[in-house]
Design a protein around this ligand. Structure first.
Ligand code: ADP
Length: 267
């Protein structure tokens, strides 16, 4: 009996360790599955533009294209090459994010200034689409990576322009919140900075508002392809938000545009 009494806590400890190992194994297996899915999705997404490029290039090489159509074919090849370039860039950004390769030394970033810069970079695209982009609010500082913060706002504004209509608009409102906010459950409220990106596009159905942050998830596949989407933009945004210890959610009544609301601890 004494031996049993001594062994009891030991057995409980072994049990606990075994349970933990099982959980770790399950997590590893899930991570491995996700990695495999991602690789096969990337290969699939690469195949389409490559097929178009090699098909058209072959026709041109074999002199099977009328002189009048040459420019059109070259433009199609260029477009598909651009799509591949965007996809590769997004995959690289995601893998840097997965490896937390954005540096451990956070710098002070003014999100209002970043929003202004991004709006400037997207001005000609917005004009092409007939969409007005406005940046409102005032200086709002957070700590983190400037490159990543710029990429994050770029993807959001770019989507706001792409999923919109001629004569529509994208409004960014950046500023410090007047009340402290809770950024993770169970923690104390902190001073925070809020970014709202609202557009006048078709909106995102309520039941898909979590899904749009998954890699390669698209609400409207043809629209995404047509406008040069990679399906990775919002996955990058979500990662970038988490990297900055922030939160993101989607608001807006269906059919009346989309608003992305982001909150970060103020610096
Ligand atoms: P994509 O490159 O296809 O735009 P994202 O990851 O950026 O990929 O977005 C995922 C999907 O979410 C898009 O395909 C689109 O259907 C939807 N979406 C993203 N932003 C908006 C928006 N501002 N308005 C409406 N739908 C959007």
């Amino acid at each position: 009996n004494e031996i049993y009494e001594e062994m009891d806590p030991l057995l409980i400890r072994i049990d606990e360790q075994q349970r933990r190992l099982l959980l770790q194994n399950r997590e590893l297996a899930e991570a491995e599955n996700m990695r495999r899915d991602f690789s096969s999705n990337v290969s699939h997404e690469m195949k389409t533009p490559l097929q178009v490029i090699s098909g058209y290039a072959e026709l041109m090489k074999n002199d099977m294209v009328q002189p009048d159509d040459r420019q059109k074919f070259a433009a199609l090849i260029y477009e598909e090459a651009q799509a591949m370039r965007s996809l590769i860039n997004d995959v690289l950004t995601l893998s840097r994010l997965d490896e937390s390769a954005f540096g451990d030394d956070p710098v002070l970033i003014d999100l209002h200034a970043v929003a202004g810069r991004v709006a400037g970079r997207l001005a000609s695209f917005a004009a092409e689409q007939g969409v007005e982009v406005r940046v409102e609010g005032s200086a709002a500082h957070i700590a983190g990576s400037e490159t990543l913060a710029e990429e994050m706002l770029y993807n959001l504004i770019e989507n706001g322009i792409r999923y919109n209509h001629e004569g529509g608009s994208v409004a960014m409102l950046v500023g410090r919140e007047t009340e402290p906010c809770v950024l993770s459950e169970g923690e104390d409220p902190v001073e925070c900075v809020c970014v709202r990106v609202s557009d006048t596009g078709p909106g995102i159905p309520e039941e898909l508002r979590d899904k749009v942050f998954e890699r390669f998830f698209r609400v409207d596949k043809s629209r995404s392809k047509e406008t040069g989407g990679t399906g990775l933009g919002l996955a990058i945004v979500k990662h970038a938000v988490l990297y900055h210890h922030g939160t993101i959610k989607v608001e807006g009544a269906e059919g009346e545009g989309t608003t992305f609301v982001l909150r970060f601890p103020a610096a």
